[in-house]
Design a protein. Sequence first.
Length: 524
Amino acid sequence: MTSDMKKIFALAALALATVPAAAQETYENAKISWSDLNGTARYVGMGGALEALGADISTISSNPAGIGLFRKSSASVSAGMVSQQDADNFAGGHTTNISFDQIGVVYAGRTSRTGFLNFAFNYHKSRNFNYILSAADQLQNASQNKQSYLKIKDDLVYEDKFNPNSNEVYIQANQLDVLYAENLLWNYDDGSWAYDDANAYKMDRRHWGYVSDYDFNISGNINDRVYLGLTVGIHDVHYKHLSEYTETFSYRTPIQVRDERRITGSGADVKAGIIFRPVEYSPFRIGLAVTTPTWYDLTTSNSTYLVSYDQATSSSDEYDFKLYTPWKFNLSLGTTVGNYLALGASYEYTDYGSLDTRYKTDVSYDYWYDDYSSRSESDDEMNRHTSENLKGVSTLKLGAEFKAAPEVAVRFGYNYISPIYKKDAYKDGTLPCEGSYYSSATDYTNWEATHRITCGVGIQIDNVNLSAAYQYSAQNGYFAPFNSYSSWRSQDDELYDPTDDYDVFSTKVSNKRHQLVLTATFTL
């Protein structure tokens, strides 16, 4: 790259540094917002369908009123193992990992003959990011570098598409576009832009990390018929991914993009719930719960390397942003038959199309209190893209617990979670917003419905309950290394050129996991 080009890109980087810190993009935000089925072995074994039955500490986050059904104080701790099916170890990541899942305590305080005022604290891992993605397929008349070339052609990268020394890099370009433009696409011999069509691609990515929830609860009951609960939750995010994306060509050496991204931060939410028995002496219960958005304050950073002819060039960046997740609404039913059978069912709805990605404004630092503060505004372009590609998700949970003996309980459960992505969803790297610019990967996966099958067993020994649960989770999806040209340029556009058309065909991938959870609960 010439010295003039280096000056131009330095000026562009300086200009970009003066804009508000960017919001993140739709597909990464969906990963952060999603929750797993995790908690105590009883909760997992019954498929989480305990929102109306209560008396399990894991209901602290799904229906806080469930803590109000405790009649004795208790403490519990859970750990286990998660294993991914049909995958190979990659980049130091393993398909089987030990997981510490939960620890909590409930204090049950009697206020009258039938009244209780309970307090509880619970930690649990609400999201386990451990997953290894592998995908490979053919590419015909397409490549990642051609996508960058077409953006340049359509004036999405430079102010003047015919002048690589333009003094502005448009924010419709992402970091990969700039890396390609700096190192591969400009032909200095004849002063023109060029690209290469790829024959095939291969993607390997390791995801790891977690979201930890710290829940604080107060709950009680009215006449042992109505149960009320309130939970304040703190969320701690630690997400990483490391990928190697390689394209092969007929007339040149392969190109590889290595990308590492980290997202860290914290958030808070409030959950409120009620459980009531509509018939005074009936064991049948109805539960209602609502969860506010989680108000996240996050930092994302990346290091991206473009490797060609054994030479590597890199780009890295870090910025802060905010993310507000959707509201959640839960309706649950539960009943018992004698003292030997418990049945539960619940339905939850979350509109992920309303995810609010935000960038910070008016950032200030208080030297006296050593504290940063800021305001934020919605990233309207990214939120529009989110609403067009994500949708409302329905979760159905069913569970049963059978007392095979007074000290032995057997449990079964099932979950169905509808898809979060619309059928024609795609990642758009041309959005005129900072979240699009700071993106360092072009691939995306549209996951379909999730099915979970669970079972478990519990044994009571004096004041100690030992439980084990097994969960099988299966989800299929379609992976694309980048979006088709036609998805971000209409045929009605004056810049449309049919010779530029290419289609990227999705490759089927899956996420099948086995989980074992062990819990020890001590009655205090």
